[in-house]
Design a protein around this ligand. Sequence first.
Ligand code: ZN
Length: 429
Amino acid sequence: MNKINDLCNFLDNSPVNFWAVESTRTLLEKNGFTQLEMRDQWSLTKGDRRYVVTNGSAIFAFIVGSDAPANAGFNMIAAHSDSPGFRLKPGCEMLCEGNIVKLNTEVYGGPILYTWFDRPLSLAGRIILRSDNPLRPISKLVKIQQPLLVIPHLAIHFNRAVNEGNNLSKQKDMLPVIALSSKSHRNLIRNLVAEYTNEKADDIIDYDLSLYNVSPATVTGINNEMICSGRLDDLSMVHAGLSALIDAAATSSRHTRVLAVFDNEETGSGTKQGAASPVLQHILRRITYALGGDETAYMRAVASSFMISADNAHGWHPNYSEKYDPTNHPVLGGGPCIKVNANCKYMTDADSAAVFAAICQKAEVPVQYFVNHSDVAGGSTLGNILTSQIPLRGVDMGAPLWAMHSACETASVSDHLNTIKAFTAFYEL
Ligand code: ZN
């Protein structure tokens, strides 16, 4: 159960994308990985453990293989650091009757809105501080630990039909309250964050702050078989990939092993730190070149590589069996799932599915298949977007979840342990 305690700590320490990257970075540093900067010249040798951070919200770790990438390729796992939720807008403080202050927010990605009501929330992200060079302001992480906010639901007495379905406006219904009788609402957030970080409010030029659910990750079920937490999608897969990379690091491999944690998957990956950008391609090229290879060596490396695109799947829900495919509905506790889509929304094909199934067999882990009910449009993920940047052979997979994009999702303890086992076996190839 140690790995599950680790997962719970990882989730609790990672309330938003920036902190997920920080938690990953901390664990990598503890295990002998050192940081490289994209703007520096790189020199690498066999066995080096390195990582790169981009925008503070995406992280790419690798262990240089004993054979050149051109010969052995990259064995890669990809996941994402971001989760759906609410971001503060600039100038977010809104003064209401009785000096109540609420905050103006914008929805990020596709959260299940009503799961965010009536629970203690707080703020986390980063502030950007003035420096002598306008081109290089200083970024500093912020995580306000204590509960700070609540999005109060309307009482049932004002809407007796609330349980028959209730349309929500993101602008009207979802704004959190931070204070009941504030003396001054102007710059309330800036002053609060300045005090919290020991910085001068005037030095804070801007911020990326998001709401987060302060309830810690919790193991539940009569046999402690479930885990409930915000951000399981996709931090459980980030954690599994990271644990596997660290566990496998003791074994040398001819393959250069890579863990890629992208940002902005929930909004379509279209940022410089997202999977639709060339960021991973650049890093793989840089690795190849730093080891003495050229462009042909890079292309040979890509042709020999394999990608596991790890993002959670939908587990069969006991209250909604009609939503699932009649023959491919993975269950929580049944093991990691290979995701298949005839219209190529997943990168999986029979060849790459067979590779992942064989890895699971080697790791003695059960494997399941997820396919959408043909009348239900599914989501997309990292794999197919990545292949537009790098023509990689690979599989889309993930451990099954309930309530994907809820403020509190549910997954299976054994699936997480089995996912780590499968990933470790992959990195040990
Ligand atoms: Zn996801």
